[in-house]
Design a protein around this ligand. Structure first.
Ligand SMILES: NC(=O)c1ccc[n+]([C@@H]2O[C@H](COP(=O)([O-])OP(=O)(O)OC[C@H]3O[C@@H](n4cnc5c(N)ncnc54)[C@H](O)[C@@H]3O)[C@@H](O)[C@H]2O)c1
Ligand SMILES: Nc1ncnc2c1ncn2[C@@H]1O[C@H](COP(=O)(O)OP(=O)(O)OP(=O)(O)O)[C@@H](O)[C@H]1O
Length: 518
């Protein structure tokens, strides 16, 4: 067995570490002594020096790795702490929402009719659910007008949602469990995504209309629509301040139209409005949804743009369509949204994070005007996913799967499938395929401390914000989906939109004559 003595970088021998080799007779000599005594053996000297240098390099690398690990562990601990902070904050706010509004049985619902200040969709655990054999959730509330006059009571229309087609009863006995495991056999009793229909239980009274700006055809239609809804249907009408000004410029008789003045009033709109109507393209639906940072009333989207994935209704037929919607029941698509927080490295010790952003399509993290590759570290529930090196990353809802994510090579997914699409933008890698993650995960995208450049985040293509090194975006499924009315039903509308909007898989049919398999 060989023994060696190691020499430090100053040439000092470490007399304690000896290596022995009885065969060559060097057993009791330190390397230094050996070197002194054996100066003529130049080749051996060179070898030993080389060897000691190699060992020094290895030691340095090991020290570096240990330091890196310690930093990573400290960082992971810090992120865990922040996650927990975020999670408890979310749980707290959800708890507040629930205690403000959820009614678990009819008597509770009725009790809340006199107390609730903000509307919610309510799960009916029994009673109503058994009425027609369908799972249903309902909204039953009477809301106090928040104008501050304290006298006027505004009744918000009550409706119920049912799992089944167009309100038709499903004869199968309703089972609450999604997964049952009777006698150890696991089976799925319920599908998570089903066609949902909305049935009004009291008449809708208030609608809010959003219109695409700078469009003459939209302006003309909005004048006509507001008049019809007021004169023929007797509804209260809200519009954006810009639209109110446009209507008043048209005629002072539009002074019945209501609007809002500040963000506080916007935040209370969902407690007053039964139905949203959009006149425009998909961008107008995104705009309308973005106004609601919490629950969103059902949307009836009229197509007045060029594409219209989320706008199935033809504006020429607005009367027939709105008659049907106001009468109900209607099929709806329940579109999930993502909630996103930016966590700044500079503010890592602060409890408050920046405002939560809700997106209906996607949140994008890209390189902005930088010409460098983005370098984004991605984690899913604290497990490392990958490092994105390319132009950026799209975290998309399934509704957004036909928008930017599609353009970046992501799959098209039915909007009612719950999940988060993880789609890279121009990754500089041959093997980076898009992922679809389940709806319960939290995704964190972080700009590493040693990143060459910052990154940019945008929410449904808007509100760009810069992410500096050390900053992160945390994203999870929001508890407030957006329900959009269907022309036929969710799946039919989705397939129509990919056929008509994208000409999906359009190909000339092959002729029947020609070679055949024998
Ligand atoms: N390369 C791209 O395809 C690309 C680039 C940037 C943004 N976008 C998309 O534009 C959206 C913003 O829309 P906008 O109207 O405010 O901007 P916009 O006016 O630039 O329109 C973008 C286009 O995307 C379409 N679109 C929007 N949402 C869609 C959806 N869910 N399914 C299919 N098509 C959809 C719109 O109809 C429109 O034709 C972003 O959320 C993003 O998805 C796409
Ligand atoms: N009420 C609104 N206020 C401000 N901006 C709006 C409003 N409605 C829509 N927008 C913005 O106007 C832009 C265009 O809207 P939209 O996509 O609805 O129309 P479009 O571009 O004609 O439709 P398409 O893309 O299908 O042709 C979008 O960026 C959207 O965010």
């Amino acid at each position: 067995m060989s023994t060696y003595k190691l020499i430090d970088s100053n040439g000092n021998g470490d007399v304690n570490s000896l290596c022995s080799n009885p065969e060559n007779g060097f057993s009791n000599l330190s390397v230094q002594e050996f070197l002194i005594q054996q100066t003529p053996m130049q080749a051996t000297d060179d070898h030993l020096i080389e060897f000691s240098e190699a060992l020094r390099t290895v030691a340095k690398a090991l020290r570096g790795a240990a330091e890196g690990k310690a930093v990573a562990q400290a960082e992971a601990a810090e992120w865990k702490r922040r996650y927990e902070l975020e999670r408890s904050k979310n749980a707290e706010s959800q708890q507040k929402e629930v205690s403000n509004g959820v009614c678990s049985d009819e008597s509770n619902c009725q009790r809340m009719e006199h107390s609730a200040k903000s509307p919610r969709l309510h799960a009916l655990e029994n009673g109503n659910a058994g009425r027609n054999g369908m799972e249903s959730i309902c909204s039953h509330e009477v809301l106090q007008d928040g104008n501050g006059d304290g006298n006027k009571l505004m009744r918000k229309a009550s409706f119920k949602l049912a799992w089944g087609c167009k309100g038709q009863a499903n004869n199968d006995q309703h089972k609450k469990e999604i997964v049952s495991f009777e006698r150890g056999n696991i089976s799925t009793a319920e599908r998570s995504s089903k066609q949902i229909s909305l049935t009004w239980e009291s008449n809708p009274q208030t609608v809010l209309i959003f219109t695409k700006p700078n469009s003459t055809s939209v302006r003309i239609l909005s004048v006509e629509l507001v008049r019809w809804l007021r004169m023929q249907k007797g509804l209260n009408i809200y519009v954006e301040p810009r639209v109110k000004a446009e209507l008043l410029a048209e005629s002072s008789s539009f002074n019945f139209v209501q609007t809002w003045e500040d963000d506080k009033e916007i935040s209370r709109l969902h407690t007053k409005v039964d139905l949203l109507i959009t006149l425009g393209g998909d961008g107008t639906v995104l705009w309308a949804a973005s106004m609601f940072k919490g629950p969103v009333p059902p949307i009836v989207p009229f197509s007045m743009g060029s594409l219209g994935f989320m706008t199935p209704f033809h504006s020429e037929q607005y009367r027939e369509c709105l008659e049907a919607v106001l009468r109900g029941p209607i099929s709806i698509t329940l579109r999930h949204r993502l909630q996103c927080h930016i966590i700044r490295d500079k503010a890592r010790h602060e409890y408050e994070t920046e405002e939560t952003m809700l997106v209906l399509n996607e949140v994008t993290i890209d390189r902005g005007i930088s010409s460098y590759l983005t370098n984004l570290e991605c984690y899913c529930d604290n497990s490392f996913v990958t490092c994105v090196q390319g132009d950026g990353l799209i975290l998309s809802t399934t509704s957004g799967s036909t928008a930017y994510s599609l353009a970046a090579g992501g799959s098209m997914v039915h909007p009612q499938v719950p999940g988060i699409l993880f789609t890279p933008i121009c990754p500089h890698s041959l093997s980076f395929r898009p992922l679809i993650l389940p709806d319960h995960v939290t995704v964190r995208v972080q700009v590493p401390f040693n990143s060459r450049s910052s990154a940019w985040v945008s929410f449904d293509g808007k509100d760009r914000k810069q992410l500096e090194a050390g900053d992160a975006l945390v994203c999870s499924m929001a508890p407030w989906p957006v329900s959009t009315a269907c022309q036929v039903e969710s799946t039919n509308d989705f397939l129509r939109s990919i056929h008509d909007g994208l000409h999906w898989n359009l190909r000339k049919i092959q002729s029947f004559d020609g070679p055949r398999e024998t």
